[in-house]
Ligand binder design. Structure first.
Ligand SMILES: *Cc1c(COP(=O)(O)O)cnc(C)c1O
Length: 374
């Protein structure tokens, strides 16, 4: 057992080096390394095509499109969001000087519970920022109906739904804007990177200005923008990696299938099945541990797995609402967030990436099952 290699929770999708070098050679030859170069243009066009959207702007990471979306839509006051996410979601709201208002989640998807949104709306609410958690699409129609009724904007944190479709339609088409992350730990990466999806040419142009200091043309500055432009090296890497992402998602699907088969019927262990009509990307494989039935707490299992050199991650624990900056907000009270609090205490994301071999999957399952009561 001690000779076994570590099995980490993720492994980045990296394109073949020789192909990347040939792209680098082109950049070196042109001596155009950033500021809307030819790879940047080609990459945005290829992404739009792959993702099935019309207007997309690439960014240096996945947090800046969230921050920029709130700026572009001139969001004020309070923003309703989920505590069950990566901290960047709430930070983006905070960085705009806005007040995050946490709403509890739905245990079936781990997404914001649409039935609890309306009671959190005040006369200061101007937007909703939900997350398609683990790649499970939110109930976008219900959220749209609430937003329309109350005149709110909807900005999706779409960091987990790269390539996910519902009834053949790209999930990132929902809402006023959707922000993607191309971080190394995601299904698809550009080393670091991200993108913002919108619905018309004027808005895309404004977003493109905002990511370049607000500069429009040669002499005009239309707004207090930021610098979040993607350089040619990462745009070329992104372009190349698009060729490999479908095979990576298929490998992840097979891993998810293996886990589901092998873990079926383990008492006190729950996981997601595919949702009807959804093409999933298998960005994560969370399992939820009911300590009484499983015979061990989530944390006991988490540390026990490490003894087998199997490294899960407790995504998303602790809840964002428990961190220093946010814990004194009225909506951060655990009593307001009972489902999110329970899920955060029960979750472990098992290793999930495109390079998991059958032998590795077997070792992960053994590390989980040997510690269950079964
Ligand atoms: C990864 C992630 C982000 C941030 O993306 P970066 O590219 O790392 O800045 C935001 N929200 C969620 C839900 C994420 O998982």
């Amino acid at each position: 057992m001690s000779a076994d290699k570590n099995i980490l929770v993720t492994s980045p999708l990296i394109p073949p080096l020789e192909e990347f070098i040939s792209y680098l050679q082109q950049i070196w030859d042109k001596k155009w390394i950033t500021n809307n170069g030819s790879f940047h243009k080609e990459f945005e066009a290829a992404l739009a095509e792959y993702l099935g959207v019309e207007y997309i702007s690439v960014f240096t990471n996945g947090t800046l499109p969230l921050i920029t979306a709130l700026q572009a839509l001139n969001i004020q006051g309070e923003v309703i969001t989920t505590p069950y996410s990566f901290v960047a979601t709430t930070h983006a709201i905070w960085w705009n000087g806005l007040k995050p208002v946490f709403v509890d989640i739905d245990p079936v998807t781990c997404n914001i519970d649409p039935d609890k949104i309306e009671e959190a709306i005040t006369d200061k609410t101007t937007a909703i920022m939900p997350v398609h958690c683990y790649g499970n699409p939110c109930d976008t129609e219900k959220i749209k109906a609430i937003a329309d009724k109350h005149g709110l904007k909807v900005i999706y944190d779409a960091a987990h739904v790269f390539g996910v479709t519902e009834n053949g339609k790209s999930v990132i088409e929902a809402g006023d804007m959707s922000a993607l992350s191309f971080h190394a730990t995601k299904v698809y990466n550009t080393l670091e990177g991200g993108a913002l999806v919108c619905h018309d040419a004027d808005t895309k142009r404004y977003i493109d200005d905002l990511k370049n200091f607000g500069i429009h043309g040669e002499t005009e500055v239309v707004a207090p923008g930021i610098n979040s432009k993607m350089d040619e090296v990462r745009a070329s890497y992104g372009l190349l990696n698009l060729k490999y992402v479908d095979a990576a998602i298929e490998a992840r699907r097979k891993a998810a299938e293996y886990y589901r088969e092998a873990l079926r019927g383990v008492p006190g262990l729950r996981y997601f099945e595919d949702l009807p009509g959804v093409r999933h990307n298998y960005s994560y494989f969370p399992v939820f541990i009911n300590a009484a039935e499983f015979g061990m707490t989530r944390d006991e299992l988490y540390f026990k797995m490490k003894e087998y050199k199997v490294y899960g991650r407790r995504y998303f624990y602790p809840l964002i609402s428990t961190f220093e900056t946010y814990r004194n907000l009225p909506s951060a009270a655990p009593a307001n967030l009972p489902v999110a609090t329970r899920m955060a205490d029960e979750v472990i994301c098992l290793p999930m990436h495109h390079e998991l071999t059958e032998e590795m999957l077997e070792r992960v399952v053994r590390a989980v099952i040997m510690n269950s009561r079964k």
